[in-house]
Design a protein around this ligand. Structure first.
Ligand code: PAF
Length: 279
C-alpha cells in the first residue's frame, strides 16, 4: 500500500491505473479506523481493482471546535489496518491540501439535511458534502462506500450524487456491532469503562423497540425508546425519530412506509453517539 498526501500524486498514480482499465473504489474516512471501517475497505477491495481510502479529519463538518480538537488521530495504526485489508492507497492530505482557500460552496438538500443531525448540528452536512465532493473530484471513483451507521449522511450523499450527476455508484454498508450490540464508532474510544457499559443500553433499547413495535403504534414505540433512555444511567437523549428511510421524514403510522427506520442520538457522558435500526 502507498500512502500519499497530495491530490497531484494521487491523481498521477490513479490516471495510469485508469488507463489500464482498472476500476477504482473509494472509502472516505476520518481515520481512527475500526472494524466497521475495515468492513467497508474489504468490500471496496473485493469489488474494485484499486481501493483508495482517504483519511482526513474534515474541519468544515465540525460545528463544535472542541469535538474537532478531541477527534482521535491515529494515522500510523490506520495505515497498518488499511494495508492488512488490501487497500492500494491511503490518501492522507493536510487541511491546506483540501482547503487551499475557504470553501464557500453551499450544499442544501432540504428536507433531508434539515432534520435530525441537520437540526442539531447546523452546517455539518454542508461540510460533509464539501469534502466528499472534493474527494469524488480528486479520485473520480467508480464506486464509493459509506456506512449505514451514518444513515442520514448516506441519504444526503446519495442525493448529492443524484443532483450533481456524479458518474459513480454509492454503496451503503451495514452497521458493524460489537458482540454485545454497541455500534462501532471512532468515538467509542473516548468512553471510559463505566460509560462503555452505559452506552450498551442504546442498542439494547433499539433492539427491544423492534419487538415492541410489532404490537404498538409509532407514537408508543417512540415513547418506549424515550423512556428507556431517560431511565438509563449516564445517558441523555438528544433525539429519537421514526422516519421513512428514503425521505427521512417522520412517520405517524407504520402504514406510512414500508421502510421505517429509527434514528437515535444520545450523549453518553460527553460523547455523542448515534445509532439506527430498521423496523
Ligand atoms: O463518515 C465520515 O467519517 C465522514 O463524515 C466522511 C464521510 C469521511 C466525510 O468527512
Amino acid at each position: 500500500m502507498k500512502t500519499v498526501h497530495t491530490i497531484k500524486e494521487l491523481q498521477a498514480a490513479l490516471s495510469t491505473l485508469r488507463k489500464e482499465g482498472k476500476t477504482i473504489g473509494l472509502v472516505p474516512t476520518m481515520g481512527a479506523l475500526h472494524d466497521g471501517h475495515a468492513s467497508l475497505v474489504k468490500r471496496c477491495v473485493a469489488e474494485n481493482d484499486v481501493a483508495v481510502v482517504s483519511v482526513f479529519v474534515n474541519p468544515t463538518q465540525f460545528n463544535d471546535k472542541n469535538d474537532l480538537a478531541k477527534y482521535p488521530r491515529t494515522l500510523e495504526a490506520d495505515c497498518r489496518l488499511l494495508e492488512a485489508c488490501g487497500a492500494a492507497f491511503a490518501f492522507a492530505p493536510s487541511v491546506e491540501e483540501m482547503y487551499p482557500e475557504p470553501d464557500t460552496r453551499h450544499f442544501s438538500y432540504a428536507p433531508l439535511d434539515t432534520v435530525m443531525e441537520g437540526a442539531f448540528r447546523p452546517g455539518h452536512f454542508n461540510g460533509v458534502c464539501q469534502i466528499v465532493s472534493k474527494l469524488f473530484d480528486a479520485v473520480q471513483p467508480h464506486r464509493a462506500y459509506f456506512g449505514e451507521k451514518d444513515f442520514q449522511q448516506l441519504a444526503i450523499i446519495r442525493e448529492m450524487v443524484r443532483q450533481m450527476h456524479y458518474p459513480l455508484e454509492i454503496v451503503g454498508c451495514p452497521i458493524v456491532r460489537e458482540a454485545d450490540g454497541l455500534a462501532l464508532s471512532s468515538r467509542n474510544a473516548r468512553l471510559n469503562a463505566e460509560e462503555r457499559q452505559n452506552a450498551l443500553k442504546i442498542s439494547q433499547t433499539l433492539f427491544e423497540s423492534r419487538t415492541f413495535a410489532t404490537s404498538h403504534t409509532v407514537a408508543e414505540t417512540r415513547q418506549f425508546v424515550e423512556e428507556a433512555i431517560a431511565a438509563a444511567p449516564g445517558l441523555r437523549l438528544e433525539y429519537f425519530e421514526l422516519v421513512d428511510g428514503h425521505t427521512l421524514q417522520k412517520i405517524a403510522d407504520w402504514k406510512d412506509t414500508s421502510y421505517a427506520v429509527g434514528c437515535i442520538t444520545v450523549f453518553c457522558g460527553e460523547v455523542r453517539l448515534i445509532d439506527n435500526i430498521k423496523y
